[in-house]
Design a protein around this ligand. Sequence first.
Ligand code: DGL
Length: 281
Amino acid sequence: MGTIGIFDSGYGGLTILDGIRKRMPEYDYIYLGDNARAPYGTRSFDVVYEFTLQAVQKLFSLGCPLVILGCNTASAKALRSIQQNYLPRYAPDRRVLGVIRPTAEVVGELSHTRHIGVLATEGTIKSQSYTLEIEKLHPGATVVGQACPMWVPLVENNEFDKPGADYFVKDSLQKLLAQDPLIDTIILGCTHYPLLLDKINQQLAQLSAANSQLSSIKVIPQGQYIAASLEDYLHRHPEMAERLTRGGTCQYFTTESSSKFRESASLFLHDDVVAQRITLI
Ligand code: DGL
């Protein structure tokens, strides 16, 4: 019997955990944040793979038969190698799932113009993972991406609701919409970005008021879609669902100090979170 593991480079995956626990509160969860080595967004493929694999191995050793990479950068850069190379050889009875495909699946139904924008870290945008997945699943869709290098630091440093954040939010939105003014759906392809949602919607309203060519634009945080996709996965894989314990608990682990985790995690979960410090190396 085991627990569902949720991994993120830092705090952002807590938005995914939150969505999943709201939909399936009955399961037991372990959250692991590699806060000491975050952000992953600008790191190379090799390093993101190495760090992500260490985290997955740790979650396996903590008793998780199923791990969700609740981090877009890790999903973009490490998931495929873990699924295709690592698991068959070293852990054939365990599963690792990501967040990009479930998001790409739903976006086709949400967009009317079939012009989709993706906001994410530099690593996720450069990997082209969203573009490739969406174009494969929804032929004819047009996808453009924009890296937002300042958004994760704004969130990590608790500046996301301060006036200074407006400039960076507007700048990235303008750059995205300049690439394709027909966009009607924007994916927040980074787990930190839901904390900027109010600012994003405010800035979009101002940009739309100033430019009548822009469509009315929906902004899509991922949490609820990842939760629905995981629920569907467990229905389709009862052999995995049967291996999971249902006590409604959640344990938190961080590679940073537990007091720092507690302080920042409360911004994401609006709850008091006690984490244990661990090392991954
Ligand atoms: N959680 C990461 C993501 O969803 C962003 C933070 C980072 O750069 O590590 O892409």
